[in-house]
Design a protein around this ligand. Structure first.
Ligand code: SF4
Ligand code: SF4
Length: 92
């Protein structure tokens, strides 16, 4: 797959299974956060591995306008994005 074919529309939110570290992300609902094993504040992930803010039906972020900075900075088509997509597809 080329990078021009990579869009979030053809992806089951692979990057939303990564640990999302919160840094001064005051607009994220507290109920969607937890303390990590190393002591930092992160987005809560459910047993299926995805972030709790992800709508499991639409696979869209339910707090998109208030999403953490790390999510805003994660670039579609970047090396990190491609790696997460590849890792996700290899699980199928
Ligand atoms: S940024 Fe990349 S990994 Fe994340 S949902 Fe979009 S295509 Fe998938
Ligand atoms: S906050 Fe939204 S964009 Fe960020 S990981 Fe969770 S569901 Fe994905």
């Amino acid at each position: 797959m080329t990078t021009t074919e990579i869009t979030c529309d053809s992806c089951d939110a692979a990057c939303c299974r990564l640990q999302v570290i919160l840094v001064d992300d005051n607009r994220v609902p507290e109920t969607m956060t937890e303390q990590s094993s190393w002591g930092g504040e992160v987005m809560l992930r459910r047993d299926d591995g995805w972030c709790t803010a992800l709508d499991r039906t639409t696979m869209l972020c339910t707090i998109y306008d208030d999403r953490p900075q790390i999510c805003r900075d994660f670039e579609m088509g970047s090396v990190e994005c491609i790696n997460e997509r590849d890792a996700s597809f290899s699980l199928l």
